[in-house]
Ligand binder design. Sequence first.
Ligand code: PBG
Length: 326
Amino acid sequence: MFPQTRMRRFRRNENIRKLVRESRVHAEQLIYPIFVVEGEDQINPINSMPGIYQYSLDHLLEEVERAVSVGINSIILFGVPAEKDAVGSGAYAEQGIVQEAIREVRAAYPDLVIIADCCLCEYTDHGHCGIVTAEGEILNDATLNLLTKTAVSQAAAGADIIAPSDMMDGRVGAIRNALDEAGYTQVAVMAYSAKYASAFYGPFRDAAGSAPQFGDRKTYQMDPACSVRQAMAETELDVEEGADYIIVKPALAYMDIMTRTREAFYQPIVAYNVSGEYAMVKAAAANGWIDEKRIVMEIMTGFVRAGADMILTYHAIDVAKWLQEN
Ligand code: PBG
């Protein structure tokens, strides 16, 4: 009875295929990460992330302009300080590298959405995201004070959104309170809620010089094999404490978490397409093994289909350019 070509009617030609598409990627939903380094005239390539560089302040606006010129409205900034210490003072210094970068970008682009990664690991000499005892334990509550100082200093510099990536318990509430008390009630919190202790962050740690000098992050970031319920519990706590946006990270191996958080919460969901995911694609593309544009667009579409509202990705400028070509 049924004709053989029932479903294929949707695929007959490009315009029909476009007509029935549900998942579309657009430049407005992309967030472009930029690394800012202290010093002058620095454009330092990151070996494990072809196409990504650390920029000193005097080159920062050129890179921001490259993103803005292809229709990207949001960036996230990561600071790489010249000096690191045990308590990550550079993270909350008024003249810290990220604070200066935010001021610089804000002055040139009043409407650009500036997100500030809020963590200590780029600024601590031990590379951990919190205060460490002599025995090597990462202290939760003592770390919160430093994170709140960091968040407030970033808001004062002009950040629109603070993105805590440390995975200490209670940090979203502490940051929310501190922002409100300082008068930054309009500054939002984008919480790395479902963040896993992942091998996919390797290239980022080259870029930020933030690899832990001993141990690992498994006592604060989630176990990749933990139940989905634990990710839901983490996210629920962050939402109760005031998270405005939810990040799922990494993205590719955690698309189920994206779908589940999208169903369970009303907050916008951000897919963080992390450094290792980027490095794999770039390496395979450089070898001529894959079609980079098609692979990247398929990955981006997959995030949207899985439930992501926004995509934080090192591919953002390429994606925005490819979208313009279509
Ligand atoms: C800081 C932070 C990390 C990433 C984002 N913020 C590194 C980590 O947790 O070790 C990773 C991003 C990436 O791999 O692209 N805590």
